[in-house]
Design a protein around this ligand. Structure first.
Ligand code: ATP
Ligand code: MG
Length: 412
């Protein structure tokens, strides 16, 4: 039957895209700028492989999470003429007219990736895929000795894709390495220069470098700067009087953390616990006393903050997290750390700060802990920085600034 089908006509790819993805080697690693055509190039590649494959053979497209695999699935359906394939939307695969099947999978559960024989695989956004999933995918191409394309943005140095790219770059046999930056994509005519320049103006330098120039920063995707964190680290907590508190309330599996800063910006109180709401409420109320406290009022935090304001006083202020408000809060914390306006004791606060990451999605930067790690201390510290900058000490009496400026608070 395959003989009766037309030959696959490879669409135009720009030279660097072609070299990166249609290389001879079995493993093709491509570190590239956002919007440089990684996904499009690999869609073309895997369709070509599958079209030249045969009945019953499996081809895999693997993305870090399900919605990303779904995007590629939808794009491929748009890209191919409809007579070429039959889609199975619930299982997310396309059966091509030659009987080959292209599956779209999420890398979230490595165990679900074992067991199949795969004839070509793409790992999209590989720097966000867990290493165990890579091992699983690797096992599926063993019997078939099939080719794999591993593509993505740079995301620090602490991931398997970065390490494998370094091996490929240093000439590991059967590995091909390519790097495409945003200016290559501009030269190729698929990305407007103005867009890149706009991103350069808007994004912090190290983020722009990773996302658009495909160059890792020294801070492994850390928005505060590892060196800056170390410069703010002290051996012991201050025992001076606090001037303002930040409280991050535990949601399902995380911790409630309260951090207070003294007049010099040193952490002088620190509480971290997991307990029921009543205990949490009482602790926040009694530790904070009459000082300004900014309390996470997102979701279930909202009624707690209301009760704190009723029973404790108007020194309790709610802060609602949205991607935008979190970004602002974290950028303020980054400035405080980079200018050494604050200091904190070595331990859980520093380790959370060091593992904290940023992520670039849908055109904006999101700040969070890596999967499986916590960021409650980082959040509490950021809220404490905000509280401190809104509270001033005058001869032992506390005076609130800005509290009357309702518009300021309404932003959050
Ligand atoms: N060979 C090509 N011919 C024409 N347009 C292309 C080609 N390759 C990429 N493009 C254009 O560039 C856009 C971005 O491509 P693509 O989504 O593959 O980039 P990416 O590197 O995967 O980006 P992201 O960082 O969002 O994952 C596509 O929507 C398409 O418009
Ligand atoms: Mg992509």
């Amino acid at each position: 039957m395959a003989d009766a089908l037309p030959k696959f006509n490879r669409p135009w790819l720009y030279p660097k895209q072609l070299d990166a993805i249609f290389c001879e080697e079995r493993y093709g690693l491509c570190e590239a700028s956002t919007k440089s055509g990684k996904t499009v190039g690999c869609i073309i590649w895997i369709v070509e492989k599958a079209w030249n494959g045969s009945e019953g053979q499996n081809f895999w497209w693997v993305a870090p999470v399900f919605p990303q695999a779904e995007i590629a699935y939808r794009r491929m359906k748009l890209f191919l003429p409809s007579w070429v394939y039959k889609p199975n939307d619930s299982k997310m695969f396309l059966r091509l007219a030659n009987g080959a099947m292209i599956w779209f999978k999420s890398a979230e559960k490595p165990d679900s990736l074992y067991g199949e024989d795969v004839y070509a695989a793409v790992i999209d956004e590989a720097t966000r895929v867990r290493e165990q999933s890579w091992w699983a995918i690797r096992s599926t191409v063993t019997a078939t000795q099939a080719p794999v394309r591993i593509i993505g943005n740079i995301k620090g140095r602490k991931n398997w894709a970065y390490r494998l790219a370094r091996k490929a770059e240093s000439g590991e046999p059967d590995h091909h390495y390519a790097k495409i930056n945003a200016y290559d994509a501009v030269d190729a005519g698929i990305l407007p220069l103005a867009e890149v320049e706009d991103a350069k103006r808007q994004l912090p330098d190290h983020i722009f470098r990773e996302l658009y120039l495909a160059e890792p920063g020294d801070d492994e995707g850390n928005p505060f700067g590892i060196q800056a964190i170390r410069e703010c680290t002290v051996e012991a907590m201050s025992d001076d009087k606090p001037v303002g508190w930040g409280w991050d309330l535990a949601k399902s599996q995380d911790w409630t953390v309260g951090i207070a800063l003294d007049r010099d910006g040193a952490v002088s109180r620190f509480h971290r616990f997991q307990s029921d709401w009543e205990f949490t409420f009482q602790t926040v109320l009694h530790k904070t006393k009459k000082l300004l406290a900014i309390v996470d009022s997102t979701g279930v935090g909202d009624p707690i903050v209301e009760r704190l304001r009723r029973d404790g006083g108007r020194n309790f202020r709610g802060f609602k997290f949205t991607p935008a408000s979190k970004q602002q809060l974290m950028e303020r914390l980054a400035v405080a750390i980079q200018n050494q306006e604050i200091s904190f004791p070595d331990g859980v606060i520093t380790s959370e700060l060091e593992s904290f990451e940023y992520e670039y999605r849908n055109g904006s930067v999101r700040y969070s802990a890596p999967p499986g790690l916590h960021d409650d201390c980082v959040v509490a510290l950021a809220l404490a920085v905000m509280a401190k900058s809104n509270a001033r000490v005058f001869s032992g009496n506390l005076q609130f600034e800005n509290l009357k400026r309702a518009s300021y608070w309404k932003r959050y």
